[in-house]
Write a new protein. Structure first.
Length: 128
């Protein structure tokens, strides 16, 4: 199972960070970053399966491709924002993590505006 591998890598990395932290204080950040990249590449296959499934579902229910691709981009951005924020937190940079998350939220909101407008138009058409 993938989850056992992911949790195992996370636990090993945590132990390595605890052990190395006293000897070389600059190494924990590198270990954390490398661990994040390894776990991200491990779940990339699963993520592509999710995207493909959502793509199939979108075609079946006849959702306009523009909106569907925007939703997928927003989901991807949310994951990347979270990943970047956590890396900054691991480095002890809470302020930078907060700025990454704020910037990401603003960009996500801007990308969601066309979908919100379309939804509002649909609601106005339904109402008498």
């Amino acid at each position: 199972m993938e989850i056992i591998k992911i949790v195992g890598i996370g636990i090993l990395a945590t132990f390595a960070i605890v052990l190395v932290k006293e000897i070389r204080p600059e190494f924990p950040l590198f270990i954390s970053l490398i661990t994040g990249v390894i776990i991200f590449t491990m779940v990339l296959g699963e993520l592509s399966y999710v995207v493909e499934t959502l793509n199939t579902l979108g075609r079946k229910v006849n959702i306009e491709f523009t909106y569907f691709s925007t939703l997928l981009k927003i989901i991807g951005m949310a994951y990347l924002i979270e990943f970047g924020g956590q890396i900054s937190r691991d480095a002890g940079q809470e302020n930078i993590a907060s700025k990454i998350e704020l910037g990401g939220k603003v960009i996500i909101m801007v990308m969601a505006i066309p979908i919100l407008l379309s939804l509002m138009e649909l609601i106005l058409k339904i109402l008498p």
